[in-house]
Design a protein around this ligand. Structure first.
Ligand SMILES: [Ca+2]
Ligand SMILES: [Ca+2]
Ligand SMILES: [Ca+2]
Length: 481
């Protein structure tokens, strides 16, 4: 009898340890800091691709170009309007007063305007956030603002503090526009090649300019006390620090117009949607372990194809190890301008986990991509919409959103509902009385939502299919010519 009790006790102990471990394994970081990195996320296994739907969550935005969250546990979404305002969506309601309105400071629109927004990783305590815009002269500016003292839903308009100003933009197109904090808490900014067509100034391969680059700066310092247009420090491990004729702020180069990029909140990897010229759109991948310095090939290459072979024959070097080729590309038979998105790390739709979402601005097609074992990526069209997708966005929990530029509607990306886990049946132990205990939980009914998407086809990246679909081209095409 004593042995049995001991075995029971040991068994119980192991069961408790098991329950504790499983709880721990399933624990997700809570809201409250802007960036949550989970290094234990493994790559999603091969397929199958999920079906998705879009669910409208808000409307009446004017030209939305960025959607993000503050990471402060407030569950708010911040929607950037190209015209210069940041709107707040909370509990399904768009607040009437903008969080910030800087329309008087910006040039707009076309490819110009207020283009990017990122919250400081410690926003909850310091109230700092950063905006990326084209100034009245059409040049690139990144500035910091601070939330107001009295109202968490209104920023202090007087708190303008330049981070990087007056970056000369020779043409009105290819202004880049994405800013985001990386897992290293540095601020990354994507700048276009300066515009025009075919990179006329050859900025892509020129390390002496910030144009056509991903920059990486430390916004918590100022290495240039005598320069009011530069208020940041250079991370000492930036790849070109100490290299002659190369600017210290450069993290990666050879991009044409990296309109939207994102860090995978699961792995810290960087995924860049780089808008092509007239034939190929691409997604570039940089692992979190990268020390930086990647050359993404523009303008020798457009996607995985020769673009400007100068000097003659040099293009082959770019194709054969001399540059970092995209992991995904598609031809202009499927659109005209890629909108890079996010890798889904939310909780509501397990079928979407690990899928990288991206879209085309002109065709409205939305793709999902899976990173396969070995590191290659497989893309699959998930929806063919009539939307003008300027941006994706993540809320604090990692759920994904898509903005339609033309009519100003925000949608949530919806996956298949997970099958409800049946409630474990508790076997009643010899009920002493005859009372009937009602079942504690009635199993929720799974609402089977009919998906309008065609069933997933095992087609590889869309570059192999070419069925152009005529559709009026809406503005702004981030990098049309
Ligand atoms: Ca050129
Ligand atoms: Ca300074
Ligand atoms: Ca490229």
């Amino acid at each position: 009898m004593k042995t049995v009790s001991l075995r029971l006790a040991i068994g119980l102990l192991f069961a408790l340890i098991g329950i504790f471990l499983s709880l721990f394994a399933n624990a997700r970081p809570l809201n409250g800091s802007a960036i949550r990195w989970m290094n234990d996320v493994t790559d999603r296994p091969n397929g199958p691709f999920p079906t998705i739907q879009l669910q409208q969550v808000a409307s009446s935005f004017a030209s939305p170009v960025t959607v993000t969250n503050a990471g402060d546990g407030s569950s708010r979404l911040f929607i950037v309007q190209q015209t210069g305002e940041i709107r707040i969506l909370i509990n399904g309601t768009v607040l009437p007063t903008p969080f910030l309105d800087i329309h008087e400071l910006i040039s707009c629109c076309g490819e110009q305007g207020l283009l990017g927004l990122a919250f400081h990783p410690d926003y909850g305590s310091n109230g700092f956030f950063y905006v990326y815009y084209t100034d009245l002269a059409g040049d690139i500016a990144i500035a910091r603002y601070t939330v107001s003292q009295g109202d968490p839903n209104v920023a202090d308009p007087e708190s303008h503090y330049p981070i990087l100003s007056q970056v000369h933009q020779p043409f009105s197109n290819h202004n880049g526009g994405q800013i985001a904090f990386g897992p290293d808490r540095y601020l990354y900014a994507g700048l276009g090649d300066g515009g025009g067509s075919g990179d006329p100034q050859e900025n892509g391969q020129n390390l002496g300019t910030w144009l056509a680059k991903i920059l990486r700066v430390d916004i918590n310092g100022d290495d240039f006390p005598g320069d009011p247009t530069r208020n940041y420090a250079v991370p000492p491990d930036n790849p070109f620090v100490g290299i002659p004729n190369a600017l210290d702020e450069i993290w990666a180069y050879g991009v044409r117009n990296p309109w939207r990029f994102s860090f995978d909140r699961g792995t810290g990897d960087l995924l860049i949607g780089d808008v092509g010229q007239s034939s190929w759109e691409e997604i570039d991948f940089q692992p979190a372990s990268s020390p930086g310095g990647e050359n993404y090939g523009w303008d020798a290459l457009e996607g995985m194809h020769c673009f400007e072979d100068v000097p003659l024959g040099s293009c082959n070097d770019f194709l054969n190890g001399g540059s970092t080729l995209p992991v995904l590309e598609y031809s202009h038979g499927f659109g005209c301008s890629v909108t890079g998105g996010y890798r889904y790390r939310g909780v509501l739709y397990p079928s979407l986990r690990g899928i990288y979402f991206y879209a085309d601005l002109c065709s409205g097609r939305i793709w999902g991509a899976i990173r396969q074992h070995g590191g290659t990526w497989l893309g699959q069209q998930l929806l063919d919409t009539q939307l003008t997708v300027t941006t994706f966005g993540e809320d604090e929990a990692g759920e994904l959103y898509v903005a339609d530029y033309s009519v100003g509607v925000l949608y949530k990306v919806i996956g298949e509902q997970p099958t409800p886990t049946p409630t474990p049946t508790v076997t009643p132990t010899a009920a002493p009385t005859g009372t009937v205990t009602p079942s504690p939980t009635s199993t929720p009914t799974a609402t089977a939502t009919a998906s309008p998407t065609p069933s997933p086809r095992p087609t590889p990246t869309p570059r192999f299919r070419a069925t152009p679909r005529p559709r009026p081209t809406p503005p702004p095409r981030p990098g049309a010519r």
